[in-house]
Design a binder for this molecule. Structure first.
Ligand code: SF4
Length: 299
């Protein structure tokens, strides 16, 4: 049975999804703006400087015109943290997120990227079978809902890699795979961006963790000191590769490296890499059980 509260909250979540998708595409977060400005200030190669200054100008033009920072509207990926007492069932939350994605695409309008994987026919306004993608986390003893929208462009998503290292490969094997992946990707994922790394768990979970890692505010460090140390080390090493902005050579290959981890089987050592381009778009909303929405620029 649909209650009045359900109906209201459905509309609130739909509105939030429509707003978040467009907001993320147009107005990049302050930490990303700062990281790009800092990159432009420390880049010493002339082509690299030109690329970074063009990116900064691109962001300014988007701000001035109320336009998108990149034409690739990506795949809408949402992460939902659902309180156990939030009074709208996850089935209805998913429907609302899908409806909001469709509405944003039609009303703005946005480019629709979704196709059937085999026929390549368009499947809807950035929706389709299992699109948008939604990741779920359920929070005990809470009545709220957090929604984060991370539109993921294909240039960077195509540069995703997984390796099932063996335990004997150790941390050295993890570092080697991350470096090989980013060197192999070169300019394809529109660098400099955020390198997300997922370690541990299983093959599928490591890739999920890598995607979680790219959605964090830039330069935040993992709470586990061992993981944070590896983040810092990889960040330095990746910037020594010389790939530079858009692969044209330079000091700034990545804006940062974030790692998420899970404990794993004693005979496993999975490593996943998910790249996020310079247009590292994300936007969040906190929705209360009474329907109040607090949009959050920096989460
Ligand atoms: S990878 Fe990012 S910056 Fe490059 S085209 Fe795609 S969305 Fe745009």
């Amino acid at each position: 049975m649909t209650t009045a509260v359900d109906t209201d909250l459905y509309g609130v979540v739909e509105d939030a999804a429509a707003y978040l998708y467009v907001w993320a595409l147009k107005d990049i977060p302050q930490d990303l703006r700062d990281a790009l400005a800092d990159a432009a200030a420390r880049e010493t190669s002339i082509p690299g400087q030109r690329v970074l200054n063009t990116i900064l100008k691109n962001v300014q033009v988007a701000d001035d015109g109320g336009n998108l920072v990149c034409q690739d509207t990506g795949i809408a990926v949402y992460t939902c943290r659902v309180g156990e007492r939030f009074p709208l069932h996850p089935v209805r939350i998913y429907q609302a997120l899908k409806a909001g994605t469709e509405r944003a695409t039609i009303e703005h309008p946005l480019r629709s990227n979704s196709v059937h994987t085999l026929t390549r026919e368009n499947t809807g306004p950035n929706t389709g079978y299992r699109l948008p993608i939604v990741h779920w986390e359920f929070i005990p003893d809470w009545d709220g809902l957090d929604v984060k929208c991370v539109p993921k462009g294909s240039g960077s998503e195509n540069m995703s890699f997984l390796k099932m290292c063996v335990p004997a490969d150790g941390v050295k094997g993890i570092k080697q795979f991350v470096l090989e992946s980013i060197v192999g990707a070169g300019g394809k994922p529109c660098p400099p961006g955020i390198v997300g790394v997922g370690i541990g768990g299983s093959a599928d979970y490591a890739m999920y963790l890598a995607k979680e890692a790219i959605a964090r505010p830039i330069g935040t460090r993992n709470a586990d000191p061992h993981v944070a140390k590896l983040e810092e080390e990889l960040f330095q090493l990746l910037n020594e590769t010389g790939i530079g902005p858009m692969g044209l050579g330079g000091d700034v290959t990545v804006l940062n490296c974030h790692i998420e981890h899970a404990d794993t089987h004693m005979t496993l050592n999975p490593v996943a890499v998910n790249y996020q381009c310079w247009a590292a778009r994300r936007a969040s909303a906190h929705i209360g059980s009474n329907g109040d929405v607090d949009y959050d620029r920096e989460a």
